[in-house]
Design a protein around this ligand. Structure first.
Ligand SMILES: [Zn+2]
Length: 359
C-alpha cells in the first residue's frame, strides 16, 4: 500500500467509506457492496504488455529490475516501488472491471469503484501515480460485449492514458475536462487532440484556465460536452470522478467546490445511461470523502443532508457535506470564462460537425 507520505493516500478511501456508513448508505435497499476480486492476467493483457506485467511483479516482489525507470518507476518520482504493489494494483483494477461487469450483466444500473480511475498508466509504463489503467481495462470488458462507451473524465489532470488507448477507435468516445496542459501534468489535452483515423472526432478535450470556478466549469460542460455525449448515444457512460479540481486541492489550481462537482454528477445522472464511476485524483483529504459520498448518494438516488453524521467530525474539518458559498472575484471569473468560451468555440468548430451537430 502507498504510505501516508504519498499524496494518493489510501486513507481517502477509508474516510469515504466511514462517511457513507455514517449516512447509512450501505443499508439502503438499492445498495450492494461487492468485495473486489483481483484483475486477471487476461483482463490486464487487454491493454498492458506482458513484459510490463512481469516487471511490475518483479519490482513488487523486491527483485532488482535494471531499467525500472524505463517502466515509469523510480525512488523519487511519482511512482515509487513498494512491496505488494502488484497485488494492490490487481485488486483496485479488478474492482473497476467487476463494476463494469455488474453493469454489462444487468445486475446494476450504476456502479462506483472509488479505488480506480488511474487514468495515466500506459500499456508499458506507470505514470502519474498509476500502475494499471483500470478505466481502459474496464472499458475493454464492456467493448468485449459489443457495448459502446462514452468515457468522461473530470479529474483536474488530462486523462491521457485513456485517450491514447482509444485514439483510433470509434466505439469509445473519450472526453476530458482538465486544467490546461501548459499549467499541469501530463501536459496534453488540447482541443485539437480529436482522435485519428476511425477515431477522428471521438477524443474530446476541454482544457480550463487556473482557478476556473463552478459556474464556468458547469456551463462549459453543458454547452460543449453534453451535446456530444447525447449525439454519441453510448450504451454505458463511464466517468472518472477524480476530485482534484477542488478549489483547495494542493496539487492543482482549479476552483471547483462541492457545488460544481455535484452539478456535474446531476448531469451524469440525468443523462440516464447505465453509469459506471471510477475514483481518481484528489489530494485534499477533507474534500475527497465529501465528493465521493455525493457520488454514491446520487447513484442511489439519495441526497445526503449537509449535517455530517456523528463521528465524521473526527476526520472532516469542514463541518458540513457541502461547501458554503464562495465569492469569486470578477477578474478570476472573467479570465476563466473568456478562456472557456474560446475552447468551447474550438470544440464546436473541430468536433461538432463530425457528429452532425451544428457548430
Ligand atoms: Zn488528477
Amino acid at each position: 500500500m502507498l504510505g501516508d507520505g504519498h499524496p494518493m493516500r489510501p486513507v481517502r478511501l477509508q474516510y469515504t467509506d466511514a462517511l457513507l456508513r455514517g449516512y447509512g448508505a450501505f443499508e439502503d435497499p438499492g445498495a450492494l457492496v461487492v468485495n473486489p476480486r483481483p484483475a486477471t492476467r487476461e483482463d490486464l493483457l487487454t491493454f498492458h504488455t506482458e513484459l510490463y506485467l512481469k516487471m511490475v511483479e518483479r519490482l513488487s516482489n523486491g527483485q532488482e529490475v535494471r531499467d525500472a525507470d524505463f517502466f515509469g518507476f523510480s525512488e523519487i518520482g511519482d511512482n515509487p516501488v513498494y512491496e505488494g504493489m502488484y497485488e494492490a494494483a490487481l485488486l483496485s483494477t479488478g474492482a473497476s472491471v467487476q463494476a463494469a461487469e455488474l453493469i454489462a450483466g444487468g445486475v446494476a444500473l450504476r456502479a462506483f469503484a472509488p479505488a480506480g480511475g488511474l487514468h495515466h498508466a500506459a500499456a508499458g509504463r506507470a505514470s502519474g501515480f498509476c500502475i494499471f489503467n483500470d478505466p481502459v481495462i474496464a472499458i475493454n470488458a464492456l467493448r468485449k460485449r459489443g457495448l459502446r462507451v462514452c468515457y468522461v473524465d473530470i479529474d483536474a489532470h488530462h486523462g491521457d492514458g485513456v485517450q491514447n488507448a482509444f485514439y483510433r477507435e470509434s466505439d469509445v468516445m473519450t472526453i476530458s475536462v482538465h486544467e490546461g496542459p501548459r499549467w499541469l501534468f501530463p501536459g496534453t489535452g488540447e482541443v485539437h487532440e480529436i482522435g485519428e483515423g476511425n477515431g477522428k472526432g471521438f477524443s474530446v478535450n476541454l482544457p480550463l484556465y487556473p482557478n476556473t470556478p463552478d459556474d464556468v466549469f458547469v456551463s462549459a460542460f453543458d454547452e460543449a460536452l453534453i451535446p456530444l455525449i447525447k449525439a454519441f448515444k453510448p450504451d454505458v457512460l463511464a466517468t472518472q470522478l477524480g476530485a482534484d479540481a477542488y478549489i483547495h486541492d494542493p496539487l492543482t489550481q482549479l476552483g471547483m467546490t462541492t457545488h460544481g462537482y455535484e452539478a456535474l454528477l446531476e448531469r451524469f445522472d440525468a443523462l440516464g445511461y447505465p453509469w459506471l464511476g471510477f475514483g481518481g485524483g484528489g489530494y485534499d483529504l477533507d474534500a475527497v470523502p465529501r465528493c465521493w459520498a455525493l457520488v454514491y448518494g446520487i447513484m442511489l438516488g439519495r441526497r445526503w443532508p449537509d449535517a455530517l453524521p456523528l463521528g465524521a467530525e473526527v476526520f472532516l474539518e469542514s463541518g458540513a457535506l457541502r461547501d458554503g458559498a464562495i465569492t469569486v472575484e470578477d477578474e478570476v471569473l472573467n479570465q476563466a470564462s473568456t478562456w472557456a468560451d474560446k475552447k468551447i468555440e474550438d470544440i464546436k468548430r473541430l468536433v461538432f460537425p463530425l457528429h452532425g451537430l451544428a457548430s
